[in-house]
Design a protein around this ligand. Structure first.
Ligand code: ATP
Length: 436
C-alpha cells in the first residue's frame, strides 16, 4: 500500500505541471502528509494562514491529482496549527494489534470472571445508570484489559460517532506532566473531558500522585455529571489503594465493583482449547490437561504456554506430547517462582510510595516520612531478598547492621499493632511484585 508521504510526493509532482515552482514552495513546502485512507488524504501545515489559502485555492487541484493517481474521488483534509496533536487517524486505531482481538467473542467466561464479564457487557449495551463507574479489579493477567477493549469494540460498533477515550493510568500521568511543562493544561483537559466513553486501564498507577489525582478527579466529575460511561481497571479494589484520596475511593465505590479471580480448572481448559484453536494448533486432551494443571494463576501465562508449545513444535519438529510440552514450558514455571526483586527496586518502590526518591532513603534525611520509608525498605529487602543485615546496611551509606536490625524490629512491631500499616506494606509489596 502507498504510504501517505508517497502519495503526497506524487500529488506534488502532478501539481508541478499546473503551478509554478514558487507557488509550490510557498504554499506546500512545510506541508506534511498525515494519513491516506481509501477515500481521504490528510495533510498538515503549521500555519493557519497557509491552511486557509490551500483550502481556498488549491483543494480542487489536490483532488484532481488524487483522482489521477487512484482513478477515484478523494477528500482532502487540511490540519492547521495545533490540530496535528489532537488528530485521530481513521486508518489506524492507535491500539496495539493484539488489543484489536480483545473482543467479547474471544473472552472465555467461567465462574471466576462471570460477574465482571456480565457487568462489562451491560455497560457496552448502554445500561448506563446502574453501572457508573464500572470498576474491574483483579490480579495481573486475568483479562481486565481484555474486557476494557471488548467494551470499546462493542460500543464503537454500535456508536461509531462516539468519542471513546482509552488511556492507561501511567500514560495519563505522563501526559499530564508533559502538558504542565509545555503549558497545555487546557488542551489536556479538553481531550479527556469530551469523552462519550472513558476507559482507564491500570488506574492504580495514579494512586499517590497528588496532582494527577486532582486533575483526574475533575475529569471524572465532569464526565460523571454528564452521564458519560466510565470504566476502570485496577490490580486491587479501591479500598486497598492506600494512597488514593478518599473522595476518589468513595466515588469509585459508588458505582459497580467487579472482581476477576484466577480461573478454575474448567475455565483454564476452555481457555487453552480456545487459544490453541485460534492458533490452528491441535492439542491432545492430556496435553491441555497438563498445562491446565500446572499454570493455575494467570491467563497471560496460559496463553504464553500455548504459543510456546506451538513454537517448540515448529522449531524442534517435535510432536506434541506431555513430555515434549513439559520440556517446552518448564522454564515458565521457573520464571514464576524465581522472581526475586532487587534491593534497588524495593528501595525505589518504597520511595515512590511516599513521593520520595531512592537517594532520600539511602541518604541521611531525617524527616518522619523518610525515616519510616527507609525502615520499611530495609524490612522488605530483608524479607524479599537473601541479603544479610550487613549487606543491607551497606546499601544505606554503610549503616551499621544493628541499625538495620532495629529498623526491621520497629516495622515488625508496628505490623503487629496496626491494620492500616499492614495494608501499606501489602500495597508496597504489590507494587514491587507488579514490576516482575
Ligand atoms: N477469560 C479469558 N478468555 C480469553 N482470553 C483471556 C481471558 N482472560 C485473559 N485472557 C487473555 O490473557 C491475556 C492477559 O489478559 P489482560 O491483558 O486482559 O490481563 P490484565 O488483567 O489486564 O493484566 P494486567 O493487570 O497485567 O494488565 C490477554 O491476551 C487476554 O486476551
Amino acid at each position: 500500500m502507498n504510504s501517505a508521504s508517497d502519495v503526497w510526493n506524487k500529488v506534488l509532482k502532478i501539481l508541478g505541471s499546473e503551478l509554478t515552482t514558487t507557488a509550490i514552495t510557498t504554499w506546500f513546502d512545510d506541508c506534511k502528509a498525515v494519513e491516506i485512507t481509501d477515500n481521504r488524504l490528510v495533510i498538515y501545515t503549521p500555519s493557519n494562514f497557509k491552511k486557509d489559502v490551500i483550502e481556498g485555492r488549491f483543494l480542487g487541484s489536490l483532488k484532481n491529482a488524487l483522482r489521477e493517481i487512484f482513478s477515484g474521488d478523494f477528500d482532502v483534509l487540511v490540519l492547521g496549527e495545533g490540530e496535528f496533536d489532537s488528530f485521530k487517524p481513521k486508518g489506524a486505531s492507535g491500539h496495539d494489534p493484539a488489543e484489536e482481538e480483545y473482543t467479547f467473542e474471544r473472552f472465555v467466561v467461567g465462574n471466576s470472571n462471570k460477574f465482571a464479564h456480565a457487568a462489562a457487557k451491560a455497560v457496552a449495551e448502554g445500561q448506563i445508570k446502574n453501572f457508573n463507574p464500572l470498576f474491574i479489579y483483579g490480579d495481573s493477567g486475568l483479562g481486565k484489559t481484555h474486557l476494557l477493549h471488548a467494551i470499546r469494540h462493542a460500543v464503537s460498533e454500535k456508536h461509531p460517532e462516539y468519542n471513546i477515550v482509552y488511556v492507561k493510568g501511567d500514560d495519563f500521568t505522563n501526559e499530564l506532566i508533559h502538558a504542565i511543562q509545555v503549558g497545555k493544561n487546557v488542551e489536556f483537559r479538553e481531550k479527556y473531558r469530551v469523552a462519550d466513553l472513558f476507559l482507564m486501564d491500570d488506574i492504580q498507577f495514579i494512586a499517590g500522585k497528588i496532582q494527577t489525582q486532582e486533575e483526574f478527579f475533575h475529569t471524572f466529575n465532569t464526565l460523571y455529571e454528564a452521564n458519560r460511561q466510565i470504566v476502570f481497571t485496577s490490580d486491587r479494589p479501591p479500598n486497598e489503594m492506600m494512597r488514593l484520596e478518599d473522595r476518589l475511593k468513595t466515588r469509585f465505590e459508588s458505582g459497580l465493583l467487579a472482581d476477576i479471580q484466577p480461573p478454575d480448572y474448567e475455565t483454564r481448559m476452555a481457555i487453552i482449547k480456545n487459544k490453541a484453536q485460534q492458533l490452528g494448533l491441535f492439542l491432545p486432551d492430556d496435553v491441555s490437561n497438563y498445562i491446565a494443571e500446572n499454570m493455575t494463576s494467570n491467563v497471560r501465562q496460559i496463553e504464553g504456554a500455548v504459543k510456546k508449545v506451538m513454537a517448540y513444535r515448529d522449531l524442534m519438529n517435535d510432536s506434541i506430547t506431555v513430555s515434549s510440552v513439559s520440556k517446552a514450558i518448564k522454564d515458565m514455571f521457573k520464571e514464576k517462582t524465581e522472581f526475586t526483586p532487587t534491593s534497588d527496586l524495593i528501595i525505589d518502590e518504597t520511595a515512590k510510595y511516599y513521593s520520595l526518591t531512592s537517594d532520600d532513603l539511602k541518604g541521611q534525611r531525617r524527616t518522619r516520612n523518610t525515616a519510616l520509608a527507609r525502615q520499611i525498605s530495609m524490612y522488605l529487602i530483608r524479607k524479599l531478598t537473601n541479603l544479610s543485615l550487613k549487606d543491607i546496611g551497606d546499601l544505606y551509606e554503610g549503616r551499621d547492621h544493628t541499625t538495620v536490625l532495629s529498623s526491621i524490629r520497629r516495622i515488625e512491631s508496628e505490623l503487629k499493632s496496626s491494620a492500616p500499616f499492614n495494608q501499606t506494606i501489602k500495597d508496597i509489596t504489590a507494587n514491587i511484585n507488579s514490576r516482575s
